[in-house]
Design a protein. Structure first.
Length: 162
C-alpha cells in the first residue's frame, strides 16, 4: 500500500501562496481542488484537529466570520486547530489550470489522472456552483451518518463521475 504525506505551511496554504509549478507541486493552479481533496481524504494521525469540520455546511460562505466568532466567544482556541480555510467556489481559471496539470501528471500516473479529470468534469457540469464532494461528506457527518459507504471518499468520487 502506498501512503503519501505532503508537508505544507498552514499560513502559506491558507493564503494560496503555493510553491512553484513542478514535481509534486502544482503551484496555485488548483487551490480549492487540493483543499477539497484534503478535506475529504485526510486522516488525522496526530497534531491539531481540522477546523473546517467544525463549521456547519450552511456557514461555508461565511467561513472566516464564523470561525472568528467561535474564537471571540472562547468556544475554540486558535492554536489547537489546523485552519486551511473554507471551500469557496472554483474559478474558470482553476478548472483550466487543473486540466492542464492532470494532463501533465498523466505521464507518470495515468489512472490517477483519469480519475481526477473525471471528477473535474463532473464538477464542471455544475459550474459556477459545483457541490464539492468534501462538502457532501461533511454534511453526512453533521447529519450523523457516521457509518456509511457514502463517507468513503473514493466511492463518493466514483458516484460523482458516473
Amino acid at each position: 500500500m502506498e501512503v503519501s504525506f505532503f508537508l505544507i505551511d498552514e499560513n502559506r496554504f491558507r493564503h494560496n501562496e503555493s510553491g512553484s509549478l513542478g514535481g509534486e507541486d502544482c503551484g496555485s493552479t488548483q487551490h480549492i481542488l487540493l483543499l477539497d481533496e484534503f478535506y475529504r481524504t485526510a486522516v488525522r494521525l496526530a497534531g491539531k484537529r481540522i477546523l473546517w469540520n467544525m463549521v456547519p455546511c450552511d456557514e461555508e460562505e461565511h467561513y472566516d466570520d464564523y470561525v472568528m466568532t467561535l474564537y471571540a466567544q472562547g468556544v475554540l482556541t486558535p492554536n489547537e486547530w489546523l485552519d486551511l480555510g473554507g471551500l469557496s467556489s472554483l474559478s474558470a481559471e482553476e478548472y483550466f489550470g487543473a486540466s492542464l496539470w492532470q494532463l501533465y501528471k498523466s505521464i507518470d500516473s495515468p489512472y490517477k489522472a483519469v480519475l481526477k479529470t473525471l471528477l473535474l468534469e463532473a464538477y464542471s457540469w455544475e459550474y459556477p456552483n459545483p457541490r464539492l464532494l468534501a462538502k457532501d461528506i461533511k454534511q453526512r457527518l453533521h447529519d450523523g451518518e457516521i457509518v456509511s459507504f457514502g463517507l468513503d471518499p473514493y466511492l463518493h468520487d466514483a458516484g460523482a463521475c458516473y
